[in-house]
Design a protein around this ligand. Structure first.
Ligand code: BGC
Length: 419
């Protein structure tokens, strides 16, 4: 792949090329606060789907799945818990060398203080299998799902509950830490707190700003405590995964410029500033940008994904430049991708993303890896299974995996970029 005819794109030899997943979205057979919530809300979500998604261009294609209650129940997942070896083999065949996954707290500690030895042994074998295959694990400790006993105590709303998260992390590090180097403490704290405690979309469906702020502050404290714990071993490298939205003015008006700055501050900077000194690297997740006119995000001409999210993969370059300059930390892209059931946009998206990363590398930005979301079509929280983010499609009846054409193309590109 070349940007201009004459310019060859090259990435560092040790660059991590891989994918990201989370336990709840692929494993199957889980019991946590989400599984309970899904059963209570599946019917409602299926009935609301025409009102929520009916205007999307993708609607005729997604309608059948989106209006079925079972779309909203994670259930067997995509059976990754049992098929992980097959999935890692696919990853290898795609020339990748990194894999981000989440350890499910509710499996490890199903009841307060009761550790499940079989679940711990599973993750140990899982990590060692990756190692044997030459795949670097990036381990998330909390990716939106929590044990029910922890939620019954008030979850991250209560400061006094942080200690339970710390006990769980201590257990993970003592049992599995030998095989771990890259750690993501908390996935997208701003998304979790916003969706669960302000927007009321996710369990526990709260809608109060003060609850959201309390959760955010407690997540910051939890992250810092875990960071301190991990100082025990040099090899552990720690970050939160930040959901970053590139906010930029659509014109030169003072209001547009000021609004873009304010949006950038609240969506991105507020959290980044709080944990910058407690991060060994910066894990960033990038899906979309906001073009702001006056005080509104607006651009009717942008392409959108199946989910209706604007697709501006090129803006990743500016986001990388911005965070590299402000925080001076190595950066790993720990999620990036799109819902594309026809696989008609994914190759274009990846091309633009690779160009953006290359521009950043040319400016000496220390970018250490790119993890695509995701390997497999998975369970997309309150949207269920209809959005297709996978490089690999999954037939949920047979659980058969089929590598999409864009993934084959990506695999060939990775091979070239490594040379
Ligand atoms: C989350 C993932 C999710 C992805 C696509 C990210 O914000 O971390 O869990 O699947 O977005 O919706």
């Amino acid at each position: 792949m070349t940007t201009k005819q004459s310019e060859r794109i090259v990435f560092p030899k040790k660059f991590l090329w891989g994918v990201a997943t989370s336990a709840h979205q692929v494993e199957g057979g889980l019991v946590n606060q989400w599984t309970t919530w899904e059963l209570e809300h599946a019917k409602r979500l299926s009935v609301q789907a025409p009102h929520q998604f009916g205007d999307l261009d993708s609607w005729p294609r997604i309608k059948k799945e989106a209006t079925r209650p079972d779309n909203y129940v994670s259930g067997r997942g995509v059976d990754h818990y049992h098929r992980y070896e097959e999935d890692f083999a696919i990853l290898k065949s795609l020339n990748m060398n990194a894999f981000r996954f989440c350890i499910e707290w509710a499996r490890i500690e199903p009841q307060e203080g009761a550790w499940d030895a079989a679940a711990i042994a599973h993750y140990r074998t899982y990590l060692r299998t990756l190692k044997k295959m030459g795949i670097t694990p990036v381990v998330t400790l909390f990716h939106f799902t929590l044990p029910e006993w922890f939620m019954a105590k008030g979850g991250f709303e209560k400061r006094r509950n942080i200690k339970y998260f710390v006990y769980y992390v201590e257990k993970v590090l003592s049992e599995l830490g030998r095989d771990i180097e890259w750690i993501v403490t908390i996935n997208e704290p701003t998304v979790y707190a916003g969706e669960s405690y302000l927007e009321g979309h996710w369990p526990p469906n709260k809608t109060r700003k003060c609850d959201m702020l309390r959760v955010l502050c407690n997540l910051v404290t939890a992250h810092k405590k875990v960071y301190k714990l991990t100082r025990a071993r040099k090899k552990w490298k720690v970050s939160m995964a930040h959901h970053l939205i590139y906010c930029y003015p659509g014109d030169d008006a003072i209001l547009s410029r000021a609004s873009a700055r304010v949006a950038h501050y609240f969506l991105n900077t507020w959290m980044l500033r709080r944990v910058r000194r407690h991060s060994d690297y910066l894990a960033i997740n990038y899906y979309f940008a906001r073009r702001i006119y006056g005080y509104r995000a607006h651009d009717p001409y942008l392409k959108v994904s199946d989910l209706g999210w604007d697709m501006q993969p090129d803006k990743l370059q500016y986001l990388l430049e911005d965070v590299a300059e402000r925080y001076q930390l190595p950066i790993m892209i720990t999620e990036n991708g799109l819902a594309d059931g026809t696989d008609s946009q994914r190759q274009w998206w990846l091309t633009e993303t690779i160009k953006a990363m290359h521009e950043a590398l040319k400016r000496d930005i220390k970018l250490i890896g790119y993890l695509h979301w995701s390997l497999l079509d998975n369970f997309e929280w309150d949207k269920g299974y209809w959005p297709k983010f996978g490089l690999v499609a999954v037939d949920r009846q047979t659980m058969a995996r089929t590598v999409r054409p864009s993934a084959r193309w990506f695999a060939a590109v990775i091979k070239k970029l490594r040379k």
